[in-house]
Write a protein that binds this ligand. Structure first.
Ligand SMILES: Nc1ncnc2c1ncn2[C@@H]1O[C@H](COP(=O)(O)OP(=O)(O)OP(=O)(O)O)[C@@H](O)[C@H]1O
Length: 239
């Protein structure tokens, strides 16, 4: 569903991501793990069209979307949950859902179209907060709202940038379960995080990124059976 080939991107002539190859089939979770500055957000932004790749390709369900504007990539079926949530402090939850809902869903989304009611059914904590403004929500509630906003575009590919950053263990557990639920719906999930535990818990495949390069790759089953292998790969990844 998401296929990256030789993806290279950076800033001001410098390179932060070097020739990344990565496939995320529908219904699976691919975790990219790396330390601060490894290039995780650059990867997510290059897929979402917020950073223009210097070279390489981004394909969504076989369509080359490389270099397209972010809104066109969203329309092709890519949803982004950005690092830091980025909810609007002055808008209520209901207003967020209203402005995020795209009834004209992405091609191929089929029966998986998301409506505000369906999103609130998945996220009952938000359903009790529809009149609250973004700035009045807890960190966990803001994370759920950021997820709701992305789902309302009925994405085929979901990009999660550090979705558990700064959240309590109970909320982290909820997010793990939500990721599994969304993958079971057929969504291809690309998750980037510094947390090997999150990757180990919910990924089908795990890639370690070090200074913008892939330095290790393993299946989720290997990471679960031998968590020390992932920890070791990450300790070797110190920039
Ligand atoms: N807007 C920018 N302008 C210039 N350089 C940037 C910009 N954003 C990121 N970088 C640089 O690109 C490299 C990769 O950064 P990136 O944010 O992708 O890493 P990350 O793995 O997401 O880190 P973190 O976990 O801290 O969010 C770093 O060296 C960073 O300083």
């Amino acid at each position: 569903m998401l296929a990256l080939s030789g993806l290279t991107a950076g800033y001001h002539g410098g390179t932060a991501l070097h020739g990344l190859d990565l496939d995320v089939p529908a219904g699976t979770v691919h975790a990219v793990v790396g330390h601060n500055g490894a290039g995780k957000s650059t990867l997510v932004h290059a897929v979402a069209g917020l950073v223009v790749p210097a070279s390489g390709t981004v394909r969504v369900a076989g369509t080359d979307v490389t270099g397209r504007a972010a809104h066109r990539i969203a329309r092709a079926g890519v949803g982004l949950v950005p690092q830091g949530r980025r909810v609007f402090a002055g808008l209520t939850v209901a207003e967020h859902l209203k402005v995020s809902h795209r009834p004209h869903r992405s091609p191929g989304a089929g029966s998986s179209a998301w409506t505000p009611d369906r999103v609130l059914g998945l996220l009952p904590g938000l359903a009790a907060r529809t009149a609250h403004r973004g700035g009045q929500l807890s960190g966990g509630e803001q994370q759920m709202l950021a997820l709701a906003r992305a789902l309302l575009g009925s994405p085929r590919v979901l990009l999660l940038d550090e979705p558990t950053e700064g959240l309590a263990p109970l909320v982290v557990q909820q997010i793990r379960e939500l990721i599994a639920t969304l993958a079971a719906e057929g969504i291809a999930v690309l998750l980037v995080s510094p947390s090997p535990a999150l990757a180990t818990d919910c990924a089908d495949a795990v890639t370690v990124l070090t200074s913008g390069r892939v330095t290790a790759h393993m299946t989720g089953n290997t990471a679960r059976a031998h968590p020390e292998k992932l920890r070791e790969a990450l300790s070797l990844a110190t920039p």
